[in-house]
Design a protein around this ligand. Sequence first.
Ligand SMILES: [Cu+2]
Length: 180
Amino acid sequence: MRLYDVMRLAAFAAATVLVAQPTLADGSHKIGSPAPAAKAGRTVEVVMNDNYYGLDALAVQPGETIRFVVRNDGTFVHEFALGTPEMHAAHQKEMAMMQEHGMLTATGMNQDMKGMDHSAMGMGAMTHDDPNTVLVEPGQTAELVWTFKSPMTLEFACNVPGHYESGMVGTLTVAPPTTK
Ligand SMILES: [Cu+2]
């Protein structure tokens, strides 16, 4: 193996470790898991605006896989995140930090800073790639496919600084169908 290859392998290994590191706020396995679109039994369209969702609440069944098609009709960047109120609170802190450091602007992620290693600042690699969230820039559409787990009450929310507080949050109930 030539020296160049060894160095390339080492760099690749280092990058893999960075990517594999779970983020602090990621407790997403408690609420379910990401799934391929083919597994989804139903599609839910979510329209986002400044600063609200086109739907107030949503009910799903335990074990159900939903394909969320999330469209941003607003002029600001918005997020569609699935989680408990505690998960959203933690994610809001992360996003506030991203904004503070110029990684997140009012309209999206700062492309110039993408892939920048912030470990020197003691924050690890700062990315927005939790499996239970999508960040959608104005005019864009993104998809999130999720299999829900056990019965629980969750929230779908936008954790862009200030948006949750201004009402960009809705109730997501995971419960078995009621029988008559
Ligand atoms: Cu928002």
